[in-house]
Design a protein around this ligand. Sequence first.
Ligand SMILES: *Cc1c(COP(=O)(O)O)cnc(C)c1O
Length: 424
Amino acid sequence: MTHSDNGFFDNFGGKYVAEVLRRPLDELEIAFSEAIKDPDFIKELETIQRDYIGRETPLLFAETATKLLGGAQIYIKLEGLANTGAHKINNAIGQCLLAKRMGKKRIIAETGAGQHGVATAAACAKLGLDCTVYMGEVDVRRQQPNVAAMELYGAKVHPVTSGSRTLKDAVNEAMRDWAANPDSTHYVLGSALGPAPFPDMVREFQSVIGREVERQAAERNLDVAAMIACVGGGSNSIGFFAPFIDKANPRLIGVEAGGIGDGIGQNAVRMSGKAARDGIMHGYKSRFLLDEDGQTLQTRSISAGLDYCGIGPQLATLGRQGRVEFTYARDDEALNAVKFFARNEGVLFAMESAHAGAEAIKLAPTLPKDKAIIVNMSGRGDKDVFITCPVFRRDEWLAFLHAEIDRLESDTDIHNAKIMGETK
Ligand SMILES: *Cc1c(COP(=O)(O)O)cnc(C)c1O
């Protein structure tokens, strides 16, 4: 099942939206299917992927890690080397180019932790589009570094004050805006979910990862036994898996956030556990962590990007069919994977991607040396200093934060403010 049948992947997917959103979704579907068949659009996309995103991203042989683990050869797709530090820019650039082609001048997006907001803000800056990012007020407060980056890129960050003031409220607000302004505005959704055509479209824009891997693996004559990716909403994994879905091999393994335990509210495991149910939310049918009243359950993960109650409909179907195997990694296993690949390969995984790294550490020793496994490092870990430092060096980090506060409250701050005032 490489793409949807009229928006559905078997039972999952669809377009469960209010009447006012049907027309913009239908128009988007037509514009997208025309664009990806247009050689001019593809050429423009490939040029910006090369010059702005920095594609192709390397496929690294993790030689020391392989030796230490003593089994299959481990390869890492360094997607975190993409401009802005993660795979999300592939989708943001693709959708913004499409919006331009459709004559839209204004972009809106939802964001939770802020990674998708940053990618969309950067894409809009590059392509000269007006950008508004909806973000729950609670997240705005927690994720100031990303809010600052979005504003530097020229985006307006709109704090959402309804409901729990987090991601799902931001999605609702973005959909409301789109319904009110369908002619001027395109809504850039951040993962391979939501109403059709978003799951197909996001997969297509992310499948550049998988197509590069297919070529890179063939060039080196790798005998690939398994491909491993972390799964939040599912965009990096479905893009990485895309060219292989219709083949019997390699094994495709999705790694969810195991959090701190099996209990309700302790993880974000939708597929490999028993807690999730079929449901409809945010315009699509899939597997969700819901209570008996159909309300979303709390989720928990050390990685903000995997901390989400739903999963893209195509992955839900591929999981049910057995083509994609699902497992999970706990927070501490992901932290250990960050350390392991940093020390042994000089590669700093994002916390999300480290869940895939943790599975590679478990799987490699069980496979013969002439086989390869490929891990998608969906992002790099620079963004995670506020997560990793309090764990790895708590006291030093606390002292650093205190010193920073002192510095800001001292005259230096006034001095800096003056410099900015003078250069305005
Ligand atoms: C957002 C994010 C994820 C999770 O999103 P998917 O849509 O499942 O890919 C994974 N890794 C990184 C680095 C992210 O920023």
